[in-house]
Design a protein around this ligand. Structure first.
Ligand code: SAH
Ligand code: SF4
Ligand code: F3S
Length: 519
């Protein structure tokens, strides 16, 4: 970093610090602290109706999380297991809960028979995600019978839904603890309550949500890590449950994020992924002008080889971000840009707030600034009343953009969302046939994109041994392609050059050309 950059960074830092301090001073009223970290517990059931409300209240940022003394040793000689479903946001929440439980004295275990506490960190995005969890609860019933002292908890997005909580109460009354996504910092108090209570402990706040900054975490890996930059979602796409389960959009202050990334760089992390349901809305709720582009421009200067972000909403993807991304370096040229549908009419009913044309314009803009960028996406087929023509528009858009991968889903009705009230005339077998056709197209495009790498040398961040063969190493390229190759185990955690010899639909095979780390 040169002198000028350092100066700029210091100015930004002290500016942020001043704002931060002001915020903390404003926040340090007694009532606020007492509400958040009160030791008592009052049963609170979820309400999707409450969760839908968006008021004008400012986000409260708390820097004062502590584990009460009497709870600190509660987990001594005991073990925990957390099973995670759903997106990276949940994976990261699991790291926080693991951090809290560790500070309470618990140790982690992968053996359910050894566990004194098992938490299911659940996902509500589609019906099959929920069914998996209910199936799991069925299995856990016998484990609970074998070991009545086992504390069984359900948390994550499903616990924010009344229907789910009612079903747990009726059909799975052996569950000891249910808590919501806004109650993670209350885990110490809730575990204590559950250990001493005969009743099911239920605390699910449906408020808009705040930010607790100083929560402990035990990160899953030492090579790649997640950093939340914002929480919640205000987009209310008509099919989606997330705005109800995660609360309003709220951004962490830049300084807190920058500090976290710096600390991870110092610990030797090679890649970080900035997380948010809609990261392009980052900064909109701060009381000064600051966007994701501005944040990325700061993070760019930190000595960490790869920085990703997910997930982008096309609506808020602005020129400033494109300009910063095109600077290269640790800004990667892979963009995940969920489109959901190629039909303007369907997009309107989904309330995505952009048209097919606007999406294509954005892709054009990205391609001009970053000619080598890889684009991937999310698509829903069979949205209520999607016509054959409208589905064809999705197919042509996939071709036109040239997506190299896509997560594709059949629309799943989520109670409480506007789309759940839309009548649907599309039979399930038609939806399935559309998904099949779409997947065939995406696979073909992925295969073609992969074939272009044959004979090329790519930089691979080596994560470990391959799933199928522990003689083989595996890692990802900057554009997120999986590469399997023969190489020494000392390469794990390094970025190495690999010559691609063979391409498959979803992965590349190659040979390491040298052991020198490239940045
Ligand atoms: N915040 C991200 C997406 C989070 S959910 C975004 O807006 O892009 C991940 C994906 O799940 C979505 O992109 C969407 O394709 C899919 N999804 C969400 N709700 C769904 C539903 N009710 N049925 C089927 N797929 C859904
Ligand atoms: Fe759901 Fe839309 Fe928010 Fe993404 S942007 S989380 S799809 S409401
Ligand atoms: Fe699922 Fe909640 Fe993520 S619904 S996709 S775990 S935000």
């Amino acid at each position: 970093m040169n002198e000028q950059q350092r100066k700029e960074q210091n100015i930004l830092q002290s500016d942020d610090e001043a704002k931060n301090l002001k915020r903390i001073q404003e926040l340090s009223s007694d009532d606020l602290i007492s509400h958040y970290f009160q030791t008592t517990y009052e049963p609170t059931a979820p309400s999707l109706k409450e969760a839908k409300k968006r008021g004008k209240s400012e986000t409260e940022v708390h820097y004062d999380f502590t584990i009460p003394e009497d709870i600190q040793g509660i987990g001594a000689r005991k073990k925990f297991q957390i099973r995670t479903y759903g997106c990276q946001m949940n994976e990261h929440d699991t790291e926080v809960m693991a951090g809290i439980l560790t500070e309470m004295g618990y140790e982690s275990t992968t053996d359910q028979h050894e566990a004194d506490i098992i938490l299911l960190n659940t996902c509500a995005i589609r019906e099959n995600a929920e069914n998996k969890v209910f199936g799991e609860l069925g299995h856990l019933k016998s484990l609970k019978r074998e070991n009545p002292g086992l504390l069984l908890g359900v948390c994550g997005c499903m616990s924010q839904e009344e229907a789910v909580v009612n079903r747990i109460k009726q059909k799975h009354p052996f569950v000891d603890l249910v808590f919501g996504t806004h109650n993670i910092h209350r885990l110490p108090q809730l575990v204590k309550e559950a250990l001493f209570s005969k009743e099911m402990v239920l605390e699910v706040w449906s408020k808009e949500g705040d930010i607790i900054e100083n929560l402990p975490r035990v990160r899953k890996g030492k090579i790649k890590g997640w950093v939340n930059i914002m929480y919640g979602c205000d987009k209310f796409c008509t099919y989606c449950i997330v705005p109800y389960t995660r609360g309003k959009e709220r951004s962490r202050v830049p300084h807190d994020i920058i500090q976290e990334v710096r600390a991870m760089a110092a610990e030797g992390y090679k890649e970080i992924t900035l997380l948010g349901q809609n990261v392009n809305a980052y900064g909109k709720d701060l009381d000064y002008e600051y966007s994701l582009g501005d944040l990325m421009d700061e993070l760019r200067k930190i000595d960490i080889p790869r920085i990703r972000f997910t997930t982008s909403h096309p609506r808020d993807f602005d020129e400033r971000l494109i300009e910063v991304l095109s600077k290269g370096g640790n800004m990667l040229d892979h963009i995940h840009l969920p489109v959901q549908s190629g039909s303007t009419e369907v997009l309107k009913r989904m309330s995505r707030k952009y048209t097919r044309e606007r999406y294509l314009d954005l892709v054009q803009q990205i391609r001009e600034a970053m000619p080598n960028a890889t684009l991937t996406t999310d698509i829903i087929v069979g949205f209520p009343n999607e016509t054959e023509e409208q589905f064809e528009e999705t197919m042509t858009l996939v071709e036109e953009v040239g997506f190299e991968a896509a997560y594709t889903f059949i629309y799943s009705k989520r109670e409480g969302t506007p789309a759940a009230n839309m009548e649907d005339n599309v039979p399930m077998d038609v939806k399935k046939a559309r998904l099949k056709r779409l997947n065939e197209l995406v696979n073909r495009q992925s295969k073609e994109a992969m074939a272009k790498y044959e004979g090329e040398v790519v930089d691979v961040l080596v994560e470990g041994v391959s799933k199928n063969n522990d003689e083989v190493l595996a890692g990802y390229t900057a554009r997120n392609k999986v590469v399997n190759f023969k190489g020494p185990k000392t390469a794990i955690g390094q970025i190495v050059q690999v010559k691609i010899q063979e391409s498959k639909t979803w992965s590349l095979n190659g040979e390491m050309v040298e052991t020198i780390e490239v940045k």
